[in-house]
Design a protein around this ligand. Sequence first.
Ligand code: ADP
Length: 495
Amino acid sequence: MKSKYIMALDQGTTSSRCIIYDHDGRIVNMAQREYTQIFPEAGWVEHDPEEIWQSQLSVAKKALESGNISPEQIDSIGITNQRETTIVWEKATGKPVYNAIVWQCRRTAEFCDELKAEGLTESYRYKTGLIIDAYFSGTKLKWILDRVDPDRTRAKAGELLFGTVETWLIWNLTGGRVHVTDYSNASRTMLFNIRTLTWDKEILDRLDIPECMLPQPKECSCIYGETEADLFGIPIRIAGAAGDQQAALFGQACFEEGEVKNTFGTGGFVLLNTGDKIVDSTNGLLSTIAWGIDKKITYALEGSVFTSGATIQWLRDQLGIINSAPEVEQLAEMVADTAGVYLVPAFAGLGAPYWDSYARGAIVGLTRGANKYHIARAALESMAYQTYDLLDAMAHDLGKPIQELKVDGGASENNLLLSFQAGILQCQVKRPECIETTSLGAAYMAGLATGFWSSMDEIKDDWHLDRKFVPEFDENKRNSLVNGWHKAVSRVLDD
Ligand code: ADP
């Protein structure tokens, strides 16, 4: 008998990918396609929903063909996606009525200021776990409706449907038969009450969004439906869905309360499993649904670093002191430390715990002897300091220290970074063999629903350590480094 696999569809902000996993959680084959970014005005970002769907479908077919894998070998499909991106389409034709408004798009920032001025911040935070921001789907959906259906006649008549990207993909994969979302994606819309697990009527009222256009919220690991037979030749079950960061937390097997991961990508995303508790942050972090599985909801605290690996791209593209991102490690290793130089990459302001959108970047502590090696090292270390700040905020919200950090994302290949991270955090940092944790998490969710994997315990056994980094600094050295960082940050804040 031929081996069975899980197909993970990873619909990201710049590319659509399909990764096929075996029962040991190892990659069998993958395919990837970039697609068009649309910037109609400064600060606006859109995607063509048809291109999202077609690129995703084409990489799924390609991963099967190039891997010589037959559709019969696919047990089920799991989906993970760029979160918050908003799509509205016609139920009857499946045609989008507007481009997808991407999570990065700032077009509803002014409307969000209005909501805040109405004093809604606290009640929205309590219900949705989120701060009021243009980032989330709710105000983007309102914007599209204001444009295409100002009096809501069509939406109220059930002619228009809303979805985030997983909803849109499942709808297309099932030939328009299934209109669902999962709890992790629903919790990023700013329309979903994470306590009652229902769309929030008061928020829908304020944003003038008819509830009938919203998808049905479901668990992250369950059989949503089957693909149209003509897509792959036979119907395949769609059995898992989660937003990218939550899927990464799952792929890292952070199943227990207190377990935490950081993804070192262009930005940095820290998620901490808070179990069945919603932790109300006093440090500017978000509360979100990590996943719903087996009638149990697991929550998370989330914080993000706006400029993480992008700082290394800046060294490469703007300063030209490296040719490729991995080269930063060799440069940084040329010196034992930064000799008091700190680089604060506040290129786009600073997020939690500072929340200063007007702060701008700086290199401080320069002396006549400072050179490119010190700057490269300071850039790399800034990624670790920013992660430290988020984890420190989380430890305060939890009232107990973080025990260990699991890492993934492109920059987690950098050993010097992870070793420094362990020193600054004074805890172990663990890198798994598979750093494709996002798609792996989606695969796990699908395979758990169909019985491909028997339990989360079995999955935990599939998590293999590549390398563990232990703290090598003493307390004094750590404190003086962190104090220096905070002093450097204080110089860039826009008081
Ligand atoms: P994303 O999914 O956000 O596009 P990736 O997870 O692919 O990002 O990571 C790419 C980012 O990591 C880039 O910003 C790049 O500068 C950085 N990066 C990649 N390799 C290294 C490395 N060895 N050391 C430091 N940074 C790196």
